[in-house]
Design a protein around this ligand. Structure first.
Ligand SMILES: Nc1ncnc2c1ncn2[C@@H]1O[C@H](COP(=O)(O)OP(=O)(O)OP(=O)(O)O)[C@@H](O)[C@H]1O
Ligand SMILES: O=P(O)(O)OC[C@H]1O[C@](O)(CO)[C@@H](O)[C@@H]1O
Ligand SMILES: [Mg+2]
Length: 479
């Protein structure tokens, strides 16, 4: 096996096209670090486990759909407890920070990092950083113990608070160094993981024995994940909970629309640059007649347009439900409203309210035509789907993510994000997670399932479809 690598890439090539995209280790830049036996083997609860530790050479394959002659492809290091650890319990001084927007399950991840460190590794010095990245240098810290975090998974939000912007790398690493912190757990979305990568690089340049672990959070599912799109992580925590909660809004829209002549229910769901929540909520509900997402451009007027489809569906069924992701149709809004081009503190584009806009457009159109009296109800559950506690299945998922992060940091790995790859938890280098934003691939089978379930137009001409097929590479299809 040959090694090739730099600060960001640590790639190992093996036989038959085997590639390991490895994560950094503290010993990459601090040689001769002492190791210690993993205390987990003396832990009463874990004594029932037949094999305590994962083999150091275990890796998880990114590709599970293969042909007879396919190369073995990319692999990631398997997550889990190692026989040797690089920290003794008393030496560990950990901290946890949450950044970006809210997401169901943030508190569960915090809880399980604290409990995992305490119960599995005997760690008692754990600090909560208040209010996101800027909290490192501008706020007081919170002492976290299993008692403090005992009930927090039942609450939405994050007990640590969160923020956008305020990522000042030197001030953050100064604070880590001054406080003697040697394990940093960073929970957040695509922006946060980019910030974590820069912190890791600065720590490495300063030669500090500090492990940096990222736990990916994104209600939008915009971190490269496996729900359609090239596979890295299967899906992000809180996504299931959000999709479940979105059902309540869709049900309400359906009940309202069904109960009145020519009723139209419009539901706006989160999804700044991608329509995963809208797509899954639509497929989950089966009451949706039209799902509009940022990845699939649509138009209103003329043949094959939205107005024509609405008229047709109302004539057929007497009612309809439209689900629209917040980032959909922003080009159309920019044409008809004065574009604001505003950004939030992290540099994310601030969007105009497409739900309200489209509701007005539809009402105006049918009023102008005098053809058909419609009754439109607009429901905007935006923050309601993310400000709730995670459901049971997300809670279990959050536990595995948190424990994987703890096992990895204690074993000396750093500069990594945790996540399940084809069902097995793995350590993924930051560069892989940060390479691009995940989006619904509208030439994939999952989007076809939506079109088939709603029977809505694709809004694409034959030429556009051919262009999309050429541009977007076909990727491993789920299901
Ligand atoms: N390229 C970057 N380099 C360093 N820090 C960044 C970068 N992008 C974002 N950040 C920081 O990461 C934090 C969170 O970023 P952002 O507000 O974009 O949310 P996010 O993590 O993407 O979560 P979400 O979009 O799901 O709400 C902010 O404090 C921001 O300053
Ligand atoms: O209003 P805030 O808190 O900035 O968050 C809104 C954004 O956060 C997200 O939920 C991502 O976390 C986007 O879908 C949405 O545009
Ligand atoms: Mg983001």
């Amino acid at each position: 096996m040959g090694h090739s690598g730099n600060l960001q890439l640590k790639v190992v090539n093996g036989d038959a096209g085997y590639v390991l995209e490895d994560v950094p280790h503290l010993t990459d830049y601090i040689p001769d670090l002492p190791t210690y036996p993993n205390p987990l083997q003396f832990n009463a609860a874990y004594s029932v486990v037949k094999q305590y530790f994962v083999n150091v050479d275990d890796t998880v394959s990114q590709k599970i759909v293969v042909h007879k002659d396919s190369p073995r492809g990319t692999h990631f290091r398997r997550a889990g407890p190692r026989q040797k650890v690089y920290f003794v319990s008393d030496e560990v001084h950990a901290c946890i920070v949450t950044c970006g927007g809210l997401c169901p399950g943030l508190n569960t991840v915090i809880r399980e990092i604290v409990c995992g460190l305490y119960h599995m590794y005997g760690v008692s010095k754990i600090l909560g950083i208040d209010g996101g990245y800027r909290g490192f240098y501008s706020k007081n810290t919170i002492n976290l113990t299993p008692k403090v975090v005992n009930d927090i998974h039942k609450r939405g939000g994050t007990i640590l608070g969160t923020s956008r912007g305020g990522h000042d790398t030197s001030k953050i690493v100064d604070s880590i160094q001054d406080r003697g912190i040697n394990q940093v757990y960073i929970i957040g979305g695509d922006g946060t993981q980019k910030g974590a990568a820069v912190i890791y690089e600065e720590i490495r340049q300063r030669g500090l024995k500090v492990a940096v672990a990222g736990i990916p959070k994104t209600i939008d599912n915009d971190i490269p994940v496996h729900i359609s799109g090239p596979a890295v992580i299967d899906k992000s925590f809180g996504f299931d909970t959000a999709v479940e909660e979105a059902q309540r809004a869709i049900n309400a829209a359906h009940v309202e629309a069904e109960s009145i002549e020519n009723g139209i229910g419009v539901v706006k769901l989160m999804g700044r640059y991608c329509g995963f929540i809208a797509m899954y909520a639509t497929l989950g509900s089966r009451d949706v007649d039209c799902c509009l997402i940022p990845e699939s451009p649509f138009y209103l007027e003329g043949e094959g347009g939205l107005y024509e489809f609405i008229e047709k569906r109302l004539k057929e069924n007497g009612h309809m439900v439209i689900v629209i992701a917040e980032g959909a149709g922003q080009d159309l809004l920019a044409e008809s409203l004065q574009s604001m081009n505003q950004q939030d503190a992290s540099g994310n584009k601030l969007l105009q309210d497409v739900g309200l806009w489209i509701s007005h457009k539809i009402k105006d159109h049918f009023a102008r035509l005098h053809k058909m009296a419609i009754n439109l109800k607009y429901i905007d559950p935006t923050y309601m789907i993310r400000a709730i506690p995670s459901n049971a299945s997300d809670n279990v998922y959050c536990t595995l993510l948190a424990q994987s992060a703890v096992h990895g940091a204690v074993a000396g790995y750093t500069g990594f994000t945790v996540g399940p790859v084809n069902g097995r938890h793995a350590y993924i280098p930051f560069n892989r997670i940060n390479e691009r934003q995940n989006q619904v691939v509208i030439t994939d089978r999952m989007w076809a399932r939506v079109l088939s379930s709603t029977n809505q137009p694709s809004f694409l001409s034959a030429n556009e479809l051919a262009k999309f097929k050429r541009e977007k590479p076909s990727c491993p299809v789920v299901g």
